[in-house]
Design a protein around this ligand. Structure first.
Ligand SMILES: Cc1ncc(COP(=O)(O)O)c(C=O)c1O
Length: 349
């Protein structure tokens, strides 16, 4: 009674719990009274820690969710006649229930990508109608780092997209729900592929990597956050007890917890990939550069396996499934899952 009902598995990095160091920090800040809505010393510390990573000029606004960060960050820099261009696999396109359109009034335009990553040449089909009042005005390019397909943009690739955006009078937004996974893969500081690469607005997340909830909308260039404090309130993302979002970022950023957790989950993804490759009849479909593994397996096998393990189909048309590792995934989790898959494969053949 009251125990977890879901077997440890690979459905999502949202399904794992909260890192004990984050819990400890939540308890530490849970003392006395502080001013609400972010005017407290803990929030100030968390903001400073993010500025240290991204640059002093960064304006940081904490919100509750990743969707909230993306939607409000975009709405903050667009007018209702603008459009944002993103990959067809992007969270803002597929998993936010039309919230970007609802809250900003803007169109979301998408491009097909084989691996979740946008390249400048893919954007050409949307690059017309500038100054033409019958056409929505492209204003932002939005990329996800790491991408929803578990791939990672190099700093040069980000730089190229930022230059392309600038050339067209546009801005570059980055959905960094899994930014830590990307940073450990690249082996560079956050700012190398964000601020220094020309990103304008960043959703800086940690929930997928050991935090409980909370996200930071970061405006990386001065002036972009004009009016954002009002928008955050109107968008119902202003936390009264802000210190509890801040505490999580303090735990996450001050002692390298982000790196420890992301390195581990990326390592587990590579281990999962390696073991899956040994199973005949399984095909890995994407490069494993973060904590996602995409594979094709027979639907019958997936159906039997998912009676024991919960996981999501990704592209049903080609029997493609998504597996995600977490900060708390163990080698035993990987071994047991793959062993079970092997048994089912042999029974179904
Ligand atoms: C790429 C990406 N962006 C943003 C989010 C944020 O989502 P949420 O609103 O559920 O916190 C997610 C969550 O799964 C995600 O995968």
């Amino acid at each position: 009674m009251g125990e977890p009902v879901l077997k440890r598995g690979f459905a999502s990095d949202n399904n794992s719990g909260v890192h004990p160091a984050v819990m400890k920090e939540l308890l530490r800040v849970n003392r006395g009274h502080v001013v609400g809505y972010g005017d407290d010393p803990f929030t100030e510390t968390a903001r400073e820690l993010i500025k240290k990573e991204l640059g002093e000029q960064t304006e940081v606004y904490f919100v509750f969710t990743g969707t909230g960060a993306n939607v409000l960050g975009l709405a903050g820099v667009m007018k209702s006649w603008n459009s944002v261009i993103t990959a067809h696999t992007a969270h803002i396109e597929t998993d936010e229930c039309g919230a970007p359109e609802k809250f900003s009034g803007c169109k979301v335009l998408s491009v097909d990508t084989p691996d979740g990553k946008i390249k400048p040449e893919m954007l050409a089909r949307h690059m017309h109608g500038f100054d033409f009042e019958h056409h929505s005005q492209p204003k932002v390019i939005s990329i996800s780092q790491a991408s929803e397909m578990g791939t990672v943009y190099t700093p040069d690739e980000v730089r190229e997209l930022a230059a392309y955006a600038r050339k067209h009078g546009m801005l570059l937004h980055m959905d960094g729900a899994r930014i830590a996974n990307a940073a450990v893969t690249l082996g560079v500081p956050f700012r190398t592929f964000t601020t220094d690469a020309g990103v304008d607005i960043l959703s800086f997340g940690g929930t997928k990597n050991g935090m409980m909830y909370g996200e930071a909308v970061c405006f990386l260039k001065p002036g972009l956050d004009e009016g954002f404090k009002y928008l955050r309130k109107q968008g119902m993302q202003l936390a009264s007890k802000m210190r509890f979002i801040a505490a999580q970022y303090i735990a996450y950023l001050s002692g390298g917890l982000w790196k420890e957790c992301a390195s581990h989950s990326n390592r587990m993804a590579r281990e999962l990939q390696k073991k899956l490759r040994e199973v005949s009849g399984i095909k890995i479909t994407q490069k494993v550069e973060a904590n996602g593994v995409f594979l094709i397996m027979p639907d019958r096998v997936a159906a039997l396996l998912s009676r024991e393990y919960f996981f999501y189909p990704w592209n049903e048309a080609i029997s493609e499934y998504r597996l995600m590792t977490s900060w708390d995934t163990t080698s035993d989790d990987v071994t047991q899952f793959v062993e079970r898959l092997k048994v089912i494969m042999s029974e179904v053949k």
